[in-house]
Design a protein around this ligand. Structure first.
Ligand SMILES: [Zn+2]
Length: 399
């Protein structure tokens, strides 16, 4: 199906229920015009197949899923497998503590880990242009940008995980489950996993199920421990674990689209406790998924890294526009919203809408490969600036 909608929120999960939903952080004038397709029947068939054949399949895949490797060039993969993760000196240290290693003045990021999420993929094309018979698709440009960001970050010494490496469709909750597993790997490698072996194995099993089901519907079970509003016990344990990882960031790469051709430029989104809770309260009244028997409504959850998320969004937007003034937006520069891709883990993270595919100037910019290199450099610069400014937040908190 050709994408004739402005930006589908499908793989960002604008709502907790992640059902038919608006792309809630598109500028207001283009809100309420987007829907993501539900694939409940497909989900049920998949679930049935899983129940029947799942035992064998899970055994087959478990070896692969036990440990997710950082991205490497194919030429150097065996070396990386042998070495595992490099020395992560910052682990569990506050940026105000003496041993915390700041990025160097030349932008070196050794000791930092970045999880990159290239939005959409496969059957989910994201936004397209032209609207009715698209020639250009967001999913392809997202991947191209993310690959360049990956290369740029690695050249600065960072370790990078890519949640999508090719044009395959990976469900949102599968990506999130992988993110939790990566965080468990990082802590385990540093002998800092805050769980017993037994509890770690239980959590891994639950996460692996979400990865394998690879479907975002409530009925499929693919949302796993992340289903429902609020935060359940297992997810809370994982989020508390992830708050320790001050040197790990989550960056989701997307493009925007404006059906009215009104908007242009970059926008950066983040979550706060307030943005998530107010959205969930609204949806409890209006979203039918919230009334399902299998959709748990839990207590409101507080504890997200609100100020860190906001700082990262500000640094990211500022660096993109300082490096590439043409990407200054006429909409909101940054905004707190309720994206599942940022809400369902404890890492500091942002969703970067690099530009509007619907805007002529932005589109011409995006179709030039060398411009995407500039975007990659500016995103890496945003990460460096975040770490330079982070100690001021940590100092305020400890006062
Ligand atoms: Zn998108």
């Amino acid at each position: 199906m050709k994408n004739n909608q402005p930006h589908s929120g499908d793989d960002m999960g604008g709502t907790k229920a992640n059902t038919t939903q608006t792309y809630s952080q598109t500028p207001r004038s283009v809100r309420n015009k987007t829907k993501c397709a539900r694939r409940v029947s497909v989900g049920l068939i998949l679930l049935l197949l899983l129940v029947l054949g799942g035992g064998v399949y899970i055994l087959y895949r478990t070896g692969q899923l036990n440990r997710l490797r950082p991205h490497t060039d194919s030429s150097s993969s065996s070396e990386s497998d042998a070495k595992g993760l490099p020395d992560i000196g910052n682990l569990g240290m506050s940026p105000t503590s003496a041993g915390f290693k700041q990025p160097t003045a030349d932008g070196d990021l050794s000791g930092y880990i970045i999880i990159l999420d290239p939005g959409h993929g496969g059957k989910d094309e994201g936004c397209g242009y032209p609207f009715n018979s698209s020639k250009y698709f967001e999913k392809d440009i997202n991947l191209s940008i993310a690959q360049k960001v990956c290369t740029e970050l690695q050249s600065r010494g960072a370790v990078v995980y890519m949640l999508r490496e090719d044009d395959s469709w990976i469900s949102l909750y599968s990506r999130l489950a992988q993110t939790h597993m990566i965080c468990m790997d990082i802590l385990e490698e540093n002998n800092a996993l805050p769980f017993s072996e037994k509890r770690a194995a239980e959590l891994r099993t639950l996460l692996q199920q979400s990865v394998l089901i690879n479907d975002d519907s409530v009925a499929s079970g693919g949302m796993g421990i992340m289903v429902g509003s609020g935060v359940g016990e297992e997810l809370e344990e994982l989020m508390e674990m992830e708050y320790q990882l001050e040197n790990v960031l989550f960056i989701s790469i997307h493009l925007n689209s404006s059906e009215s051709y009104t908007y242009h430029g970059a926008q950066v989104y983040f979550v706060t406790d307030t943005s998530v809770i107010s959205s969930e309260k609204n949806q409890q009244k209006s979203n039918s998924e919230f009334q399902r028997d299998d959709f748990p409504i839990r207590d409101e959850y507080y504890g997200r890294k609100n100020e860190e998320n906001r700082l990262l969004a500000n640094c990211m937007y500022d660096c993109i526009v300082e490096d590439i003034p043409d990407l200054a937006t006429n909409g909101d520069k940054i905004a707190a919203d309720n994206y599942a891709v940022l809400r369902e883990h404890g890492l500091v993270g942002v969703l970067v809408e690099v530009a509007f595919l619907s805007d002529t100037g932005d589109r011409e910019f995006l179709l030039e490969d060398s411009n995407l290199e500039k975007v990659a450099v500016s995103i890496a610069d945003g990460i460096v600036r975040y770490y330079e400014q982070l100690p001021s937040i940590s100092a305020e908190k400890s006062e």
